[in-house]
Design a binder for this molecule. Structure first.
Ligand SMILES: Nc1ncnc2c1ncn2[C@@H]1O[C@H](COP(=O)(O)OP(=O)(O)OP(=O)(O)O)[C@@H](O)[C@H]1O
Ligand SMILES: [Mg+2]
Length: 253
């Protein structure tokens, strides 16, 4: 792999006394899609949230170890978590547009981060983000409609546009298709393929088929540990660990 975008070393996460992530170290590459798989409760979402400090917002959650973004400690004193979350954007399981217009959903981030020089510039940023998210043709004539008036699949692409609008370097997606039908899912998967050259993308998924289709690297988690990490094709055809094999062959999960 080329130089890692994100490097995690010996990361533990605690909720109160309970350890939810145990000594995870991983290098996440640029220009590739990395899938996190594993049974429910194994810590996929918890670990994903360490990568942009979303765990900071959870009372009782504590992260130890080191996570570097381009060599810079994201838990370091100089790191502003709000600025970090613009660089490392997140898309959630359930589409969660703001109760605002389609336009405002996308313009919100660039506005608070001061990325636009006036209205024409903001219009261009909004159009570009919606275009990259594959939504522009469907919404260009209804930008003032509420974001929540869109279909579920459109809302999820709006949330992707919102993440992209602040020019992130990494996009974290936590089961982004689990609330979508197969057609909307296929659309998001195509979009991930189109976006991957520009960003480091990490996707949590319960679908082995989806992990195999969209990712180049896969990490298998079990009971808070990262059991195995490698090329997606290797993980699915020739796993080294028995626990990985048992999971991908449907023995548990
Ligand atoms: N906010 C929280 N407070 C306390 N414990 C939590 C919290 N969030 C998660 N946990 C616990 O941490 C462990 C890992 O949970 P996490 O949500 O990361 O798993 P997951 O792999 O994403 O599961 P799923 O596939 O069901 O989404 C679980 O035991 C869970 O109960
Ligand atoms: Mg989860």
């Amino acid at each position: 792999m080329t130089k890692a975008k994100l490097t995690a070393r010996n990361v533990d996460v605690f909720y109160g006394e309970k350890k939810a992530i145990d000594d995870v170290s991983i290098d996440i590459g640029n220009g590739v899609v990395t899938a996190f798989i594993g049974p429910s409760g194994c810590g996929k979402s918890t670990f994903l949230r360490t990568l942009n400090r979303m765990n900071d917002t959870i009372a009782g959650a504590r992260v130890t170890g080191q996570i570097l973004l381009d060599g810079e400690d994201i838990y370091g004193k100089e790191m502003d978590p709000v600025a970090l979350r613009a660089r490392v954007g997140m898309v959630f399981q359930k589409p969660n547009p703001f109760p605002k217009s389609i336009y405002e959903n996308v313009a919100y981030g660039p506005r608070i981060h001061g990325l636009a020089q006036g209205k024409a510039d903001m219009d261009a940023i909004v159009e570009k983000a919606l275009t990259r998210a594959g939504l522009w043709p469907e919404v260009k004539d209804r930008l003032t409609d509420a974001g929540t008036a869109l279909s579920g699949g459109q809302q999820q692409r709006l949330c992707i546009a919102r993440a992209i609008a602040v020019s992130p370097e990494v996009i974290l997606m936590d089961e982004p298709c689990s609330a979508l039908d197969p057609i909307a899912t296929a659309r998001i998967e195509e979009l991930i393929e189109e976006l991957k050259d520009r960003y480091a993308i990490v996707i949590v998924t319960h679908s082995m088929q989806q992990a195999a289709r969209v990712s180049q690297r896969t990490a298998f988690f079990h009971l808070g540990k990262m059991v195995e990490y490698g090329e997606t094709s290797q993980i699915f055809t020739n796993p080294r660990e028995v626990r990985t094999k048992d999971y991908i062959t449907g023995r548990y999960g």
